[in-house]
Ligand binder design. Structure first.
Ligand SMILES: Cc1cc2nc3c(=O)[nH]c(=O)nc-3n(C[C@H](O)[C@H](O)[C@H](O)COP(=O)(O)O)c2cc1C
Length: 391
């Protein structure tokens, strides 16, 4: 589909309108995408220090929350200076989801709740959860309505995040967006891929434009923003009210400085291009913050290992050193290895604009038996509520 849109421009300028989530103005209109295993309090701090926006916590499952699973309660950690605490919940049961939102309100756990309807993981869709759920339109509507009602009692803006649909023949995003709007959500975010696509191919920004044209509530666009300039292009192409940025910031928390610069200065902003020495300092700090957050040096260092390849992507660093860095078990070991890097090496500009993180192949979506044949069945799917959080 080719769309000619108002605002489409080859040289988009600065974007000055803040994104409104309820009464809260988000300026620049940037959201750190919730990423399980990544967007914990440590990573959010690194990103928040770079620029303005909303920084969403790791996903929490509603059942684990209402059952007060200690590991889950611990995951809801916000720093004292997190002004607008944003929490993503995953649920499949309207009553449990509403109870979880009430708990967030009662215990003042967050200032904003997002509901996840985008998870493509087979163990979730096979049971009818995540990105499979909006297909069951009545159930989806009940979940969102009850969640919004629960959130309203505490003045919490509630948003949803979804994909385009199950696959190209089973698209749900416009209908789901309208349902969510009727239910009273503060905004709708679209990751413009189907569940079948997982993270492959290119996000369909035309679909984001279609959703923006269909809704009155703010629409957030998500998918394939690797640089500040991509965010401006997405806004110009789709007219969205804000952008959600996931994989682009893996190993690059400074992307949020670029995004702020792009939104305030326009496309002539100067991108942040740290030298290898500056990257090493950020790596060391990231590991330190993880150790503090997890209150355990080994655990924090083990959690940091997955970030090493992202930070070093494109830099000329030998395989042995990379491998050793990805196996660290203490902060002293990390700093010792980082000391072996040549701090003067400039940023590898050829890696700008390149995909990072998951880019896995498409795959047929596992669904419960008969799922596609019964759109109006609103039975709560069994076993689709993960007990554990994340994933
Ligand atoms: C490691 C990882 C974990 C993710 N976890 C979640 C999650 O818990 N909830 C969610 O809504 N999306 C999750 N996502 C999807 C992202 O929020 C985002 O929608 C997706 O990566 C597309 O945006 P991007 O192209 O900017 O990366 C995850 C993505 C990645 C790569």
């Amino acid at each position: 589909m080719t769309l000619t849109l108002m605002g489409e421009a080859s040289h988009p300028g600065p974007v000055t309108a803040p994104l409104m989530l309820g009464n809260h103005a988000v300026n620049p209109p940037v959201v750190l995408a919730p990423m399980a295993g990544i967007t914990n309090v440590a990573f959010r701090r690194l990103c928040r220090e770079q620029g303005g926006g909303v920084y969403v916590c790791e996903m929490i499952t509603t059942r684990a929350l209402v059952e007060r699973i200690p590991k889950t309660l611990k995951m809801i950690a916000f720093a004292e200076d997190e002004g607008f605490r944003s929490l993503q919940l995953y649920g499949v049961d309207p009553d449990v989801t509403a109870a979880a939102v009430r708990m967030v309100g009662e215990r003042n756990l967050a200032d904003h709740v997002d509901l996840n309807f985008g998870c493509p993981v087979p163990k979730v869709t096979r049971r009818g959860g995540g990105s499979a759920l909006p297909w069951r339109r009545k159930l989806f509507g009940r979940i969102v309505r009850q969640a919004v009602q629960a959130a309203e009692a505490y003045g919490l803006p509630l948003t949803i995040k979804m994909r385009k649909g199950i696959d190209q023949d089973h698209l749900t995003y416009v209908e789901a967006g309208l349902t969510a709007q009727d239910a009273g959500v503060a905004a709708v975010a679209l990751h413009a891929r189907t569940a079948e696509q997982r993270y492959s191919g290119q996000a369909d920004w035309d679909a984001i434009a279609t959703l923006k044209q269909a809704l009155d509530v703010p629409v957030l666009g998500n998918g394939d923003i690797w640089e500040g300039s991509d965010a401006l292009r997405m806004v110009a192409h789709t007219g969205v009210d804000g952008v959600v940025v996931g994989r682009g910031c893996l190993g690059r928390p400074w992307l949020f400085a670029d995004l702020e610069a792009a939104f305030t200065q326009g496309p002539d902003y100067q991108p942040v291009l740290p030298t290898l020495g500056e990257v090493a300092k950020i790596m060391s700090r990231h590991a330190q913050l993880l150790v503090e957050a997890l209150e355990d040096e080994r655990h924090g260092c083990a959690d940091f290992r997955k970030h090493v390849a992202w930070y070093l992507k494109g830099f000329p660093v030998g395989g042995d050193l990379r491998r050793s860095l990805a196996m660290i078990s203490s902060l002293a070991e990390l700093d010792d290895l980082l000391g072996k890097l040549d701090p003067a090496v400039p940023f590898p500009v050829e890696s700008l604009g390149q995909p990072r993180g998951r880019v896995n192949a498409p795959g047929k979506v596992s669904l419960p038996h008969g799922w596609l044949d019964s759109r109006d069945d609103d039975t709560v799917p069994e076993g689709a509520e993960m007990e554990d959080s994340g994933g």
